[in-house]
Design a protein around this ligand. Structure first.
Ligand SMILES: Nc1ncnc2c1ncn2[C@@H]1O[C@H](COP(=O)(O)OP(=O)(O)OP(=O)(O)O)[C@@H](O)[C@H]1O
Ligand SMILES: [Mg+2]
Length: 342
């Protein structure tokens, strides 16, 4: 049986612009199991949102947006679906929570109406059942006086409540996978924590998988099972939470970890110097080479591949890893040679 709710294979999203081709996502692959929370992290502009939007097929509709690769949802390739088929998938099987709740909420309709629309469209329930579901969902996400609130408009909600409303909407049809793109960035710290607790509780409750896009490593450490670290359109390291936090391999991951405060760690913070490369004028070789404190000649010549570090699940794309592996092999063959002599 296939345990993976989602398998993304070699996803590429290239934008054709006047300035040239912007390779916003350039060969991204990852898998998410049922009930798992995967974090996608990386600096601003590295392609996290474009990855999420490409999975939902929200980009790729215009001629200038070229999306290739496979997005398997329960083994079915979403890339081959028509727009109409995708509309049935969105909101029901897969749902997305955007950073700004007003992207998802229409100011002209009550919050209850917008939540109720989900079961109305996707499950063809009656209006009464749909409204009941809307109130139920608002209760679930912790909105006080949910029956009254359901009849109010988005502007009558506070920012935190609006984001809860959006979460309620995205959960109304019990999706298997939720993609949450910086769902708490616009909120203050206390509300952030509440929304994250809510996401965790929902995962525990419904068994939905979550892809969480964030640049907050604190959130990642607390909430997620796995992490994919993106840099300039590629995943440079991927692994279980302890792989990434306790045994990071890629210098970029190490740089990210050193640049933010982490619970329990008191070392001095060191930002990563320099800027990511221009996505329409990418260098040969490793995209992080320019900023890497360990750069070698080969890094500027050839692009490193994602290879296993200490387990098949922990992968990193760095020539240092490769070199370490060769040294180990050399050591191994030397010791084998010594054994033969003995
Ligand atoms: N429609 C578009 N046309 C051209 N370039 C685009 C388009 N959409 C996004 N990009 C570019 O793709 C790159 C990746 O953008 P994306 O929004 O995925 O970054 P991100 O990792 O989500 O960053 P942030 O953390 O700031 O949200 C950026 O350089 C962005 O300018
Ligand atoms: Mg983004």
């Amino acid at each position: 049986m296939n345990d993976y709710i989602m398998e993304v294979k070699d996803l590429k999203t290239h934008f054709h612009t006047k300035k040239g081709v912007v390779k916003a996502v350039d060969g991204v692959s990852f898998k998410v199991k049922k009930g798992e929370i995967l974090a996608i992290v990386g600096e601003s502009g590295c392609g996290k949102s474009v990855t999420s939007q490409s999975i939902m097929r929200l980009v790729g509709r215009k001629k200038s947006e070229e999306v290739t690769g496979e997005v398997l949802y329960n083994g079915e390739n979403l890339m081959l679906k028509t727009e109409e088929e995708m509309r049935k998938v969105r909101g029901k099987d897969l749902s997305m929570i955007f950073q700004d709740p007003m992207t998802s909420l229409n100011p002209a309709y009550t919050v209850g109406t917008q939540i109720a629309e989900m079961p109305l469209i996707h499950e063809r329930t009656g209006k009464k059942t749909a409204w009941k579901r809307a109130v139920e969902m608002l209760t679930k996400v912790g909105i006080p006086s949910p029956a009254k609130r359901a009849s109010q408009y988005p502007h009558q909600f506070s920012g935190g409540m609006r984001q809860r409303g959006v979460i309620a909407m995205s959960l109304a049809c019990d999706p298997d996978l939720i993609i949450a793109d910086e769902p708490t960035t616009a909120l203050d710290v206390t509300i952030q924590a509440q929304v994250l607790d809510l996401l965790r509780a929902l995962r525990d409750d419904t068994g939905a998988a979550i892809i969480l896009v964030t640049h907050d490593l604190g959130v990642v450490a607390e909430l997620c099972d796995k992490v994919a670290v993106m840099y300039a359109g590629k995943i440079v390291e991927q692994g279980k939470i302890e792989d990434i936090f306790d045994r990071p391999s890629h210098p970029y991951t190490k740089g990210l970890l050193n640049s933010v405060p982490r619970p329990g760690k008191r070392e001095r913070l060191q930002p990563i110097e320099g800027q990511p490369p221009n996505l329409h004028d990418l260098p040969n070789g490793c995209r992080f080479a320019e900023r890497c404190p360990f750069v070698m000649d080969i890094c500027r010549e050839k692009e490193p591949e994602l290879l296993a570090v200490d387990s098949d699940e922990h992968t990193s794309a760095c020539w240092l890893e490769e070199e370490g592996r060769e040294n180990d092999n050399r050591r191994d063959s030397k010791s084998r040679g010594a054994e033969e002599v003995l």
